[in-house]
Design a protein around this ligand. Structure first.
Ligand code: HEM
Length: 423
């Protein structure tokens, strides 16, 4: 990583007019930290024009992002959804899962699965996660030279979730593929044909893979209706909101949200964590010497990786923030990637410190009603992954250039050639 002084110097050479956060290529080689540093310092509530949109506000300071996230009455997830793209009212309605709703309906939906994701509930998956990590790692070690993303970090999160769902083992690869087809569309390599997107405009991400995910979820629901189990799908089909079961569409969208939300995100956190340890061998040695750091290291990996750069809100009224007037219906982006490097909150924010404590990162959101449902599960996965990697692998050797996803939404790594030398 770079130092604060280097970022500050680079920020000093930029002007606010140079910053275009809609330009995905800005994120091609690395996170443009200098742009965020400049915004935090000079214009933390920043208006940005858009080529094919109506413009938006960027909130880049930790405290502003946190306050806006908690004030859901003013900064709504429901009014325009949570992605930057402007959708028509019919699209918003057709694609609306709980992440795009405000309380109280949001809370009622969320309560259906909340108890499956508490620290206690996810702790019971510790051994299972360890077994899956070893399984994936055995195959990777056997290969010797691997694409760390395809062979390791992508293979894991969907398998863990598939096991939580009780999906048959032979379906795991299919579920990983479906998840992959649905996200990452900002990058030219994965972009869908505009005609295909238009034809599927009422589906999440305008992507036909969403229909396949719905069908898969319905198949599991039918199986659980015949034989209920103590699992998430059974909870969803048995749930009642104010005395009424979920509609088919609500079930479809809930199933899809849960299936995709932890897939790419956890993958990118694992890939970035690997990269951070390769780039900071002293921190790798520290983790080898002090296994008790596993937990704080997981949080530091989550902070520096920030797999989701931002989510959107829409103002429900005119509101003043730091002397700027945000108008009703304006789009407001909460840049978690910026909050996670805010120098007013994190000492030496560009330093990767596996013992960082406290570490109030906002990788899972800063704590409003939408705080990531899967946060404890994802944190546990990251913790176990690196415990096992460090325990079993003596050397992590880069074997080619790292290929990043070009996206202002995901902080992603597409390919990462490596050699894994077992201990
Ligand atoms: C490193 C991995 C992950 C990251 C970085 C991540 C990030 C996020 C973020 C930033 C939010 C929105 C927070 C907000 O607006 O305040 C969110 C929401 C959500 N996440 Fe995660 N997530 C991860 C893993 C998971 C996993 C494993 C699951 C479930 C299996 C999951 C399920 C959800 C759901 C259902 C929501 C919507 C919650 C709501 O609207 O109330 N996430 N996540």
């Amino acid at each position: 990583m770079t130092t604060t002084a280097e970022i500050e110097r680079a920020a000093g050479e930029l002007s606010l007019d140079d910053v275009d956060l809609t330009d995905h290529s800005l994120f091609a080689d690395r996170v443009p930290h200098e742009a965020f540093a400049l915004l935090r310092r000079e214009d933390p509530i920043h208006w940005q024009n858009e080529r094919d949109g109506r413009g938006f506000w960027s909130l880049t300071r930790h405290d502003d992002i946190t306050a806006a996230s908690k004030d859901w009455q003013t900064f709504s997830s429901e009014r325009g959804g949570t992605s930057l793209q402007d959708l028509d009212a019919d699209q918003i309605e057709a694609r609306k899962s709980m992440i795009d709703m405000d309380p109280p309906p949001h809370n009622k939906l969320r309560a259906i699965v909340n108890r499956d994701f508490t620290p206690r509930a996810v702790a019971q998956y510790r051994d299972l996660i360890g077994e899956l990590v070893d399984e994936v790692l055995d195959a990777a070690v056997e290969k010797g030279e691997v694409d760390f993303v395809a062979d390791f970090s992508a293979a894991l999160p969907m398998r863990v979730f598939a096991r939580m769902l009780g999906a048959p083992r032979e379906d795991h690869r299919y579920l990983v593929e479906l998840g992959d087809r649905m996200l990452g569309q900002d990058d030219p390599e994965y972009a869908l044909d505009p005609e295909v997107m238009e034809a599927n405009r009422h589906l999440p991400f305008s992507n036909p893979a969403a229909l396949e995910m719905f069908e898969y979820g319905r198949k599991l629901a039918a199986a659980r209706r015949r034989t209920p189990r103590d699992d998430i799908v059974t909870k969803l089909i048995e749930a009642e909101i104010d005395g009424t079961p979920l509609s088919e569409r609500d079930y479809d969208l809930y199933f899809l949200l849960l299936s995709v939300a932890g897939n790419e995100t956890t993958r990118h956190a694992i890939s970035h964590g690997m990269l951070a340890l390769i780039e900071n061998p002293d921190q790798l040695e520290r983790m080898r010497a002090e296994p008790d750091l596993a937990r704080s290291a997981a949080d530091e990996i989550l902070r520096v990786s920030t797999p989701v750069h931002h989510f959107r809100r829409t103002a429900t009224r005119d509101v003043e923030l730091r002397g700027k007037t945000i108008r009703e219906n304006d789009k407001v982006l909460l840049w978690y990637i910026s909050g996670n490097f805010d120098e007013l909150v994190f000492e030496n924010p560009y330093e990767f410190d596996v013992g960082r404590d406290p570490n109030p990162h906002m990788t899972f959101g800063p704590g409003g009603p939408h705080f990531c449902t899967g946060a404890h599960l994802a944190r546990l996965e990251v913790e176990i992954v690196f415990q096992h990697l460090i325990g079993r692998i003596a050397e992590f050797e880069p074997a080619g250039p790292v290929d990043r996803l070009q996206s202002n939404f995901f902080n992603g790594i597409k390919r990462m050639p490596m050699r894994l030398v077992p201990a």
